[in-house]
Write a protein of this length. Structure first.
Length: 278
């Protein structure tokens, strides 16, 4: 398919939130370093009138069309238009649904947005999110025993965004900063239920992230925060504490938030299995 310079149009058409489409499309697009998609996202497309606008925009900016539509009439019109103007289209969930149906021998319900039902799992995630926001950055340490996971680490080791990501997976996550010269909350020394994970990064990476942070805040006078020796001392301090209390350790130097969260989820799952086996 021809592109304009280093860009191409990517149309994502969904009858729900579009999250599935966006995740899949970006995962694939990331494999192409020299070309960038211009995303056109169309969520909640559930009527012919809504589809008319989508088809018009696709015709104005032809490109790849990915969709998650369950209504057969909408699917038929979308595919027909793509054939007419000679552009590729693909249903992201269609092949998977066919596989399920062939294996289970039962038809689908055809419920739009069924994965977003307000069920117990949904409210578990909301509860976890509320907990994580209440216990961010060392707040309300008296409630740490109620956590599933506690993240500790020096400044700029991605504790807060990782906590929020885990909360969205239903994991009640607190995070506590480790600062040389400041005693850790005594609650951290006597925990029984939560998994404590100490996040680490190299001094070089921490300095880079902290420099960007200071620039964004317009603070150019906080030399200690980015001093090479001071940062190295912080890292050593955090590692000593981790060894002393036998906390799980995770190097986040080259990990994205998603990769860090996945590694923590594995540690958490392994620990749960081990406890069940005991």
């Amino acid at each position: 398919m021809p592109t304009t310079g280093n860009y191409f149009h990517l149309h994502l058409v969904s009858d729900s939130t579009g999250e599935t489409l966006i995740t899949v499309a970006r995962a694939v697009a990331a494999q192409y370093a020299n070309v960038t998609p211009v995303e056109h996202v169309y969520p909640l497309v559930r009527s012919q009138k809504q589809l008319d606008r989508v088809l018009s925009e696709i015709e104005e900016a032809p490109g790849i069309v990915l969709f998650t539509l369950l209504e057969k009439d909408l699917v038929g019109r979308l595919e027909a238009k793509c054939q007419e103007i000679n552009i590729p289209s693909l249903s992201i969930i269609g092949p998977v649904m066919q596989l399920f149906q062939a294996y289970l021998g039962a038809p689908t319900t055809g419920r739009v947005g069924a994965q977003h039902t307000l069920n117990a799992e949904y409210f578990k995630r909301i509860d976890a999110l509320n907990y994580s926001m209440m216990h961010d950055d060392g707040q309300h340490v008296e409630g740490l025993e109620e956590a599933d996971v506690i993240l500790v680490g020096v400044s700029r080791t991605s504790k807060t965004p990782t906590s929020i990501y885990l909360a969205n997976r239903g994991i009640r996550t607190a995070n506590v900063p480790l600062v040389p010269g400041i005693p850790i909350p005594h609650q951290l020394e006597t925990l029984k239920k939560p998994l404590v994970v100490s996040l680490h990064a190299t001094p070089e990476r921490l300095i880079q992230v902290r420099q960007n942070r200071l620039l964004s805040m317009g603070d150019r006078d906080n030399d200690t925060y980015i001093d090479r020796q001071a940062v190295a001392d912080e890292v050593a301090f955090a590692r000593r504490l981790s060894a002393k209390f036998n906390w799980a350790q995770l190097d986040v130097t080259r990990r994205s938030i998603e990769e860090t969260a996945a590694a923590i989820l594995k540690l958490f799952t392994d620990r749960q299995r081990q406890r069940l086996a005991e």
